[in-house]
Design a protein around this ligand. Structure first.
Ligand code: PGA
Length: 247
């Protein structure tokens, strides 16, 4: 695991884009595992800029981690809505190569299986992740058990409270989601975890240096052989006993 600490989220986002460029240079059809959430906004801003300056992602696949149950793609607070707002509105993307679980599928279990078939045929080269205040990755919430494959989850109260900031009415936050499982995440060839701000410092330190436990899903990333963690100084301030690189 490599931990890199930057002065600002924008500097970390620029580095994240450089990793996309590296991946795009290696694979004719790079498969990007994409995430939503406030942390990812500077990354998409920098990615859009890079595409405008010539980065060619026309043959890239984009496979998102998760989606709320019951929010259609047209809903602005859906993960699909987030991706449209921050990426697809700016960078034309072949719809056949842009995937997000369908939270309105009539058969949600079948939708999860469909997603795993997609992941099996398109193994992710570069998986981007945020981290929840409770240590979730994707919507894999802390618990006694974790699920390897794509599945339906009940969102935790922490997640519902934290995501309420994106909704006009906090009562509108869905209580369930479809998420790639931890197996799907750990099968990615390379994982990039981003976290910014003081409020993430505690969970970041525990995830990177504490015991590996289903009670903190991001701690499982310690088992992956190629993880790069991109932090700002505020999110990195509680890490002890690990080498961190600057910028
Ligand atoms: P955030 O969410 O980027 O909005 O903090 C991260 C996450 O919950 O994975």
């Amino acid at each position: 695991m490599r931990i890199r600490v930057f002065d600002t989220p924008d500097a970390a986002a620029a580095y994240a884009v450089a990793l996309v460029e590296q991946t795009a240079a290696v694979y004719a059809e790079p498969v990007l595992g994409l995430a939503t959430g406030g942390t990812m906004i500077p990354f998409y801003k920098a990615l859009v800029q890079a595409v405008r300056q010539g980065l060619d992602l026309s043959r890239a696949w984009a496979i998102n981690l998760d989606e709320y149950v019951g929010l259609g793609a047209e809903h602005p607070q859906s993960c699909a809505g987030f991706m449209r707002e921050h990426l697809y509105r700016h960078v034309p993307w072949d719809g056949a190569r842009a995937h997000i679980p369908d939270g309105c599928a009539p058969d949600l279990a079948a939708e999860c299986r469909r997603y795993d078939r997609l992941l099996a045929t398109h193994p992710v080269h570069l998986q981007f992740l945020g981290i929840g205040l409770n240590g979730h990755i994707g919507f894999n919430e802390p618990g006694d058990e974790l699920v390897a494959e794509t599945h339906l989850v009940e969102l935790s109260e922490t997640t519902i409270r934290s995501n309420a900031r994106f909704f006009r009415d906090p009562g509108e936050v869905p209580r369930r989601a479809i998420t790639m499982g931890v197996g799907g995440i750990l099968r990615a060839e390379r994982v990039v975890l981003l976290a910014f701000g003081e409020q993430k410092a505690e969970v970041v330190a525990r995830a990177l240096t504490g015991p590996i436990t289903t009670r903190l899903p991001a701690s499982l990333l310690q088992l992956h052989r190629d993880v790069t963690v991109l932090l700002d100084t505020a999110a990195a301030q509680k890490i002890r006993g690990k080498t961190v690189e600057n910028g």
